[in-house]
Design a protein around this ligand. Structure first.
Ligand SMILES: [Zn+2]
Length: 102
């Protein structure tokens, strides 16, 4: 159930690659005078970078709000998402009230 956290890192990494590819593509396009091949390579990098940058954004937009685990399990103290019904570590019911002190 920790796939959301992995997704976030993957998305940020892919977007970083996209930005880097766009910047590199722009640099190649600007310096095309040195080598005509730079136009092709720069354009290719630009398209790839935009795709790598836009695709994660479409994944972002599918989520209303980015899930951040902030509810602590009463049994094992693992952080869980507010929307989860059961603890992702021990499976305890998250809606269950803590055992009353006797
Ligand atoms: Zn738990």
């Amino acid at each position: 159930m920790s796939s959301a956290a992995i997704n976030r890192e993957v998305i940020l990494t892919v977007m970083g690659f996209g930005v880097a590819m766009i910047l590199f593509g722009v640099v190649l396009l600007v310096s095309w005078g040195q080598n005509p091949f730079y136009i092709v390579a720069g354009f290719f990098l630009l398209v790839l970078g935009m795709a790598a940058f836009v695709t994660p954004l479409s994944i972002f937009s599918r989520w209303d709000s980015f899930p951040v685990p902030k509810v602590r399990c009463r049994h094992c103290a693992t952080l869980n998402y507010e929307t989860t019904a059961r603890c992702r570590n021990c499976g305890a019911n998250m809606f269950e009230r803590a055992a009353p002190l006797s």
